[in-house]
Design a binder for this molecule. Structure first.
Ligand code: ATP
Ligand code: MG
Length: 390
């Protein structure tokens, strides 16, 4: 008995003329991701991707686990491959469903006929196969409204396929189908979630992180690298830029009024980020900001930060509560890393009384007495890059 995996699309199915290019990016992502699991043949037909193991010793469960993290896939089905005749469908179904049906009480059968030339219509397939399964598995009764398990028969162009469960995929659009953006990645809970959310919309992300040794430790930097590594599960390979930020922070401390430290620091972070973004072909920045969370995330503080940005800044968490953000960070497995104790450059030289509602005029004035340009150039120059692979 041969078992393969069928993948169904969500949004891509609605893409009309562009569908092909989305499908091709997704297949490329799938092939790359499955390399670690084993040798597979991937092909597409009728808005479905077929994943067939090419060697004997492959555990399809490992493949399913990897596929669950690939954006663009709406659902994943492990299916039994049958010949396109009803006798074979029945025979294989009984054998294939041995692992599932003895443990259920209620079921129903649904059928989809992509091949309209198949001699039986869908209701007939459901009735006859349903009857046979009732006979073979006396523990079962039919419940069409709320069955414990739904058995699906799909009659497609070359074969018929039978499966029990439908596993939910990651949804969204394939990473790489919406261009590149640069994520400001701290060691906190929010920014990895922000990166995940934009990757779900098909954006391929790079990450930038600011360090201020000796005020921030090597351990803190390693923690962010660990987060970046974890994020590759969903986001694919990530180029990670590490910016030396100590001299800039000291310059702010020595030359600007204390209540504006944070806001000026954030403006300089954005300035550096957009220069790195340009070099790395990123068209936008991404942050983990959420309105009102801290003093630098009030509307007026965000407007002062935005005033230096020449490219769009995406803030996918802007309207979310911390509990909602935490829920996602647990799902994507970044929470435990994010909550390790660490010090962030943002917590170095924090003013005792930061300006909560700074006006742009005040901030520009507080910043103008000092020429940061040579420091910005130096920080960009000395930025180190490394790539994290899936
Ligand atoms: P997070 O949980 O993501 O750290 P936060 O709630 O702690 O966010 P802030 O410290 O104000 O909020 O940071 C807001 C955003 O600025 C972060 O989500 C992140 O995008 C960016 N950021 C903060 N610190 C750094 C850093 N050291 N390197 C890169 N980006 C940073
Ligand atoms: Mg933080």
């Amino acid at each position: 008995m041969k078992e393969i995996i069928l993948l169904k699309y969500g949004e891509i199915a609605l893409k009309g003329l562009n569908k092909n290019s989305f499908e091709n990016i997704m297949i490329k992502n799938i092939k790359y991701r499955l390399k670690k699991v084993g040798k597979f043949k991937c092909s597409k037909a009728q808005s479905t991707i077929y994943i067939e193991p090419e060697t004997e010793n492959i555990d399809l469960e490992d493949a399913v686990e990897a596929l669950k993290k690939i954006f663009g896939i709406a659902s994943i089905c492990r299916v039994c491959v049958c010949e396109k005749n009803f006798d074979d469908i029945c025979e294989k179904s009984i054998e294939y469903l041995q692992d599932v049906l003895p443990y259920k009480r209620t079921f129903k059968v649904t059928a989809k006929r992509a091949d309209k030339a198949f001699p039986m219509k869908s209701p007939e397939i459901c009735n006859q196969l349903g009857g046979l399964l009732l006979e073979k598995f006396p523990n079962l009764t039919v419940d069409v409204k709320n069955p414990e398990v739904t058995i699906t028969v799909e009659v497609r162009d070359t074969n018929a396929y039978v499966h029990a469960e439908n596993i939910k995929g990651a949804g969204g659009l394939p990473v790489g189908s919406s261009g590149n953006a640069l994520l400001l990645l701290s060691g906190g809970i929010d920014s990895p979630v922000a990166g995940y959310m934009m990757a779900k919309r098909g954006i391929h992300i790079s990450a930038i992180h600011y360090v201020s040794p000796p005020y921030t430790s090597e351990r803190a930097r390693l923690k962010v690298e660990q987060l970046c590594d974890k994020m590759t599960d969903y986001c694919g390979n990530i180029a990670f830029f590490c910016v030396p930020f100590t001299e800039i922070q000291e310059a702010i401390k020595n030359n600007c009024p204390e209540e504006y430290f944070t806001i000026i620091m954030r403006r300089l972070m954005m300035e550096i980020a957009q220069r790195i973004a340009k070099k790395d072909d990123c068209l936008a920045l991404i942050t983990g900001e959420s309105v009102g969370q801290v003093a630098s995330q009030t509307l007026s503080a965000i407007s002062c930060t935005d005033a230096v940005c020449r490219i769009p800044v995406f803030r996918p968490l802007i309207g979310m509560d911390k509990t909602e953000i935490v829920e996602i960070s647990r799902k994507i497995d970044t929470f435990d890393i994010s909550t390790l104790p660490y010090e962030d450059c943002c917590t170095v030289f924090t003013p005792k009384h930061p300006k909560i509602r700074p006006s742009l005029e005040e901030v520009e004035k507080a910043q103008e007495s000092f020429d940061f340009e040579p420091f910005i150039e130096k920080a960009v120059e000395e930025t180190e890059m490394k790539i994290f692979y899936i």
